[in-house]
Design a binder for this molecule. Structure first.
Ligand SMILES: [Zn+2]
Length: 407
């Protein structure tokens, strides 16, 4: 009797599992999900806003909407940890949804556009309305990226005010940013690190060395393990000696846990620095864009272009995806992001790796030629298709039926 009951329960459970209806099934794509060590042809099934199953040969008949992903890579929605999106008053900033989703980016972190005085308005008018998940490094400067003397004014760098704001909005604020500071003292860096320590978050540092305030000292003494130096391959901070050999303090800083981020931007990515550093094994921990109205133009600091620059400088596809998914999530201490784990929010990038002859421009307007380029065919954010460059989710118009079919 007991055995019969067990058989009944088992059969009923199996039948229920088999009967699960997927809202969306991305079929037969090449899944690259470094967080879960997946690198194989598989299907990804979505119910509502969540990923429910990643496996080979899931039954298409159980899905409301099936997409043939056989020509593409399926990766977690990409994470760009250095962006500048529509904070009020910041002229260089861009609309978040228009400048993220089409590049496969579903999570972006605004890097210091706002400070304690204007973060709440940024949250109300932009962050809470965006389709992407928009997180924030709060500028230690209360006015945010206001420019010039304001960003150099120590009176703007109130630690208690920044900590209070970071604590109150810990669902969105992942860290504290310092940038552009010109005086030859350590006030901006030390206050930003202090505010990050007191709010239990990460500090992101954009650093302009001055006499008596050097880069070596920054990464070996002032930054904590887990803090992020952005603009790794920029001209201002010396990673290579005169013979283009990696400075030993770079390895020392990495060993003590300082993280190195790309933060391409208009002025901070030079092949003349990046390629020799990569050739000597010094890869970035995270790949990010520093995307804004200027950097998106000539040097094309979109995430897929920046990733493609690294693909053609010696990194593997797996390595660039790792640095824009799992590594980025760990760096901002949001380990639930950047994965295709079952139960995770369904943020998915469907990417094409194009083969041909391509050219890429850096911040010094120098060119790197290569044979691979990444392109986003389709983007899913929280279970919804929000970008479909190739129409792979769409039906041919001749079979689309009456207008009333359109939901
Ligand atoms: Zn920036």
């Amino acid at each position: 009797m007991k055995d019969a009951l067990l058989v009944f329960v088992f059969t009923a459970t199996t039948a229920a599992a088999q009967a699960q209806i997927y809202d969306l099934l991305l079929k037969n794509g090449h899944v690259l999900d470094p967080a879960n060590h997946r690198n194989a042809r598989m299907d990804v099934a979505v119910v509502g806003t969540k990923i429910v199953k990643v496996a080979a040969n899931l039954p298409a008949r159980q899905a409301r909407h099936v997409i043939d992903a056989s020509q593409y890579y399926l990766t977690p929605g990409l994470i760009d940890i250095h962006t500048h999106f529509d904070a009020q008053g910041a002229d260089l900033n861009l609309n978040p949804d228009h400048n993220a989703l089409r590049y496969g980016v579903t999570t972006a972190v605004d890097a210091g556009s706002s400070g304690a005085d204007n973060f709440e308005s940024f949250r109300k008018h932009v962050i809470d309305k965006a389709k992407i998940r928009l997180l924030v490094f709060l500028n230690i400067v209360a006015a945010g990226m206001y420019g010039g003397h304001v960003e150099d004014d120590p009176k703007q760098m109130n630690v208690a005010k920044a900590v209070a704001m970071a604590r109150q909005h810990k669902d969105v604020i992942v860290g504290i940013k310092t940038a552009h500071y010109q005086p030859p003292d350590w006030i901006a860096v030390d206050n930003a690190v202090k505010a990050a320590a007191q709010s239990g978050t990460v500090c992101m540092v954009d650093f302009h060395p001055k006499p008596g305030r050097g880069y070596r000292e920054l990464i070996l003494k002032h930054m904590r393990p887990g803090d992020i130096h952005t603009h790794l391959y920029g001209r201002l901070t010396p990673q290579l000696d005169a013979n283009k050999k990696l400075e030993p303090y770079m390895l020392e800083a990495r060993k003590r846990g300082v993280l190195f981020d790309v933060g391409h931007g208009a002025g901070s990515f030079w092949f003349r620095i990046a390629v020799p550093a990569v050739q000597q094994g010094f890869l970035p921990d995270t790949i990010s864009t520093d995307i804004h109205k200027r950097s998106i133009m000539l040097p094309r600091a979109t995430l897929l272009d920046v990733m493609s620059k690294f693909l053609n400088s010696g990194l593997t596809l797996d390595q660039v995806i790792e640095r824009t998914t799992v590594n980025a999530a760990k760096a901002i201490r949001r380990p639930a992001l950047g994965t295709l784990s079952e139960g995770a929010e369904a943020d998915i990038a469907v990417l094409e790796l194009e083969r041909g002859q391509f050219a890429f421009i850096d911040s010094g307007h120098a060119k790197l030629t290569g044979t691979q380029r990444l392109r986003a065919a389709l983007t899913v954010r929280a279970g919804k298709i929000v970008w479909d460059a190739d129409g792979i989710a769409a039906e041919d118009w001749r079979g689309a039926g009456p207008y009333s079919n359109f939901k």
